[in-house]
Design a binder for this molecule. Structure first.
Ligand code: SF4
Ligand code: SF4
Length: 226
């Protein structure tokens, strides 16, 4: 296993650990709101004003007023840290953008109002062959094949110059400014945000786990109340 593969495996293991820990912590919070001498489960249907419904409302209130603000705070911490770093202009993300969507799918998404897809197709065009991609980021392709990951599409920006520069860097599109938009993203070793990624990756995993678990509670509780 090379470094990149090992890193992904480590990240997956770490995420599983963080996710389980997050589930247990939220479960404990949820139980702390359960009325005394009440033994029902959180995801059962309860009538209005019953003890069970009061409990569910307390949990919803906790999620909205305490838990989600904690998630927003974590995101702000990661964003603040990102501001200490900047793009070193290596051009790697201009030369290789990976998407799970084909050009036709992106076009459809853009027509349906997806703003990211709309910007993406305005900037990037697909590579003609995989051989071209191999010359840009061979480690990444090796990783995808080792992880048996398929169904990816590779794009590049035709504007990037031979010396890896954006011809209109000051006015580059928002999605170029936002890259990398999360610290679990694969980054080329030349990227100026590698240190930021290293410092905030675990925080980002925690944030992702908290968001997933909170959404699960929110969706399932709201479904019962419909
Ligand atoms: S528009 Fe500029 S920054 Fe954006 S991908 Fe193209 S060359 Fe890179
Ligand atoms: S990979 Fe990182 S350093 Fe290189 S151009 Fe993209 S954002 Fe800038």
């Amino acid at each position: 296993m090379d470094d990149l593969s090992e890193h992904i495996e480590k990240l997956r293991t770490e995420y599983r650990r963080i996710f389980i820990e997050t589930v247990k912590l939220l479960e404990a919070e949820v139980l702390s709101f359960r009325p005394e001498n009440f033994s029902g489960e959180i995801f059962e249907y309860y009538e209005n004003n019953s003890a069970g419904r009061v409990w569910q409302n307390s949990v919803l209130n906790y999620l909205r007023s305490v838990y989600y603000p904690q998630i927003i705070e974590l995101q702000a911490e990661i964003n603040d840290m990102r501001k200490k770093y900047s793009c070193s202009g290596c051009g790697a993300c201009c030369k290789l953008a990976v998407s799970e969507f084909s050009p036709a799918e992106l076009k459809q998404k853009a027509q349906n109002g997806d703003k990211f897809a709309k910007q993406f197709i305005q900037i990037f065009i697909p590579y003609e062959t995989i051989e071209e991609v191999k010359t840009i980021y061979p480690e990444y392709l090796k990783l995808l094949s080792e992880q048996k990951e398929t169904g990816y599409y590779f794009y590049h920006c035709p504007k990037v110059t031979d010396d890896n520069r954006c011809p209109d860097y000051e006015n580059r599109p928002q999605i170029c400014r936002d890259f990398p938009d999360n610290s679990a993203a694969f980054l080329p070793l030349t990227c100026g945000y590698c240190d930021w990624k290293e410092r905030t990756e675990l925080l980002y995993l925690k944030l992702t786990a908290m968001s997933e678990v909170a959404s699960f509670y929110l969706e399932n509780l709201n479904k019962l109340h419909k």
